[in-house]
Design a protein around this ligand. Sequence first.
Ligand SMILES: Cc1cc2nc3c(=O)[nH]c(=O)nc-3n(C[C@H](O)[C@H](O)[C@H](O)COP(=O)(O)OP(=O)(O)OC[C@H]3O[C@@H](n4cnc5c(N)ncnc54)[C@H](O)[C@@H]3O)c2cc1C
Length: 458
Amino acid sequence: MPMQDTQHFDIVVIGGGSGLTAAYYAVKDGKSVALITDRPDAIGGTCVNFGCIPTKTLIQSAEVMQTIRSAADFGITLDQSSVNVDFGRIMRDMRRARTDNAAGARQWVEDTMTPFYSRVRFVGDKLLETEDGRRITGDKLFIAAGARADVPPIDGIEQAGYWTNESVLELERRPASLIVVGGGYIGAELGYFFSALGTDVTVINGSPRLLAEDHDVRELFTREFGKQVALVTGRAVQARAEGGNKSVVVEDADGRTTTVSAEHILLAAGRQPNSDALALHQTGVDIDDKGAVQVDDTLRTRHPDIYAYGDIIGQAMFKHTSSYEGELAYRNSQGGAETVTYRANPHAVFSHPQIGAVGLTEAQCRDQGLDYATARVDYADIAKGKIVGAPPGFAKLIVERGSDRILGFHMIGPQAADLVHEVVIAMNAGGTAGLVRDSIHTHPSLPELVRAVFDGTA
Ligand SMILES: Cc1cc2nc3c(=O)[nH]c(=O)nc-3n(C[C@H](O)[C@H](O)[C@H](O)COP(=O)(O)OP(=O)(O)OC[C@H]3O[C@@H](n4cnc5c(N)ncnc54)[C@H](O)[C@@H]3O)c2cc1C
């Protein structure tokens, strides 16, 4: 293939996921934009195609199932054995919605910028090359190439076969049993989906407590989730396929082994930044030993014209975070000097029970030497909590003594992912607990639980 002239753009974006955020603001400013992605079929990236949206669409079916199962608690009886799960339809509807979203995003890209549908790598200073030899450069470059499912070093895993968050979305038939390797939020969400629909799920996790949350939340989540799935603590060290089933050997901290088997294995053991294929050394961009692209607090790499954001920088790996970072990085590339802050960056775990959180955990407050007070109120302690059946769950607040500054807020229970937002706003708008405490809340409502816990630190 003959080498073509280098094409020059005002803005070059690698990545068709949250890369679209920087591209969007550049288009709005009238810039010429090159948008590069190796997945033209999946514009919108992980969130739209293999992450947030498809998994939460599936979890909606799990929630409906949960409501059906608890109907008798509210005086509605039905023959549970007559409830039929059309798994194929649940999966097909999710994939159809996903295809529509990606097609809409692709149309917008093709209407407003210059797409390059290829894997790229750096071949020189600010100089990129596609697989078919096209060369691209620009005034400002953005690296938003994301991350992929990590495959941990489990002996025999490739031969045994496994699903990831991507391939599991292609299923037509629900497995009767499933081993989930990893008890982080992806394992907790997909494990919930399958178990709610009737699959026997075993979750393998390194530590006896699941998730990376405040310790009180982890404690309750592990206890409640453990009623829905089997939990095995230890490291998956070996996998085998035998007689139509798969087995995984788990080794605990003392070297004792347990073998679990199921119809299939789902890997949910972390995310690996996609920096390895980009040859970043060619353009003076650093990565750490885990492959995360190194940026300063304005999201600029060591190269003055190259910014990076999203999962590839390995900070808070959430869609809303990468959108926020993309907007900030774009403004900084155009002369701004804003620093990134994750202080009021919330997250959620859409499992059962549900979790919503923002700010520091108690352990992080201790590590930072902060002088803090905590308060905790259960759902069962407020009127609406009793009305919805007094489910296990609580709101926990951490404030700084003296200043009344909100340091962290953690909820576990119904609608926790939504309820956390008034605290997010309070943290952004000055951050003192009085902002929530002194606001009138509707009675009876679940937000009263949020206010109640703020009262507890007055
Ligand atoms: C199962 C799952 C559930 C999730 N649920 C949630 C949730 O509920 N809420 C939430 O906030 N977050 C969730 N996330 C996280 C969220 O999806 C990510 O944080 C977000 O999508 C990251 O966006 P990104 O742009 O950094 O990466 P991506 O969206 O992965 O985009 C990377 C892009 O770069 C392209 N690319 C990579 N390498 C190259 C190359 N060499 N050349 C050309 N193109 C390249 C890829 O094709 C892709 O277009 C979930 C993730 C998973 C896996």
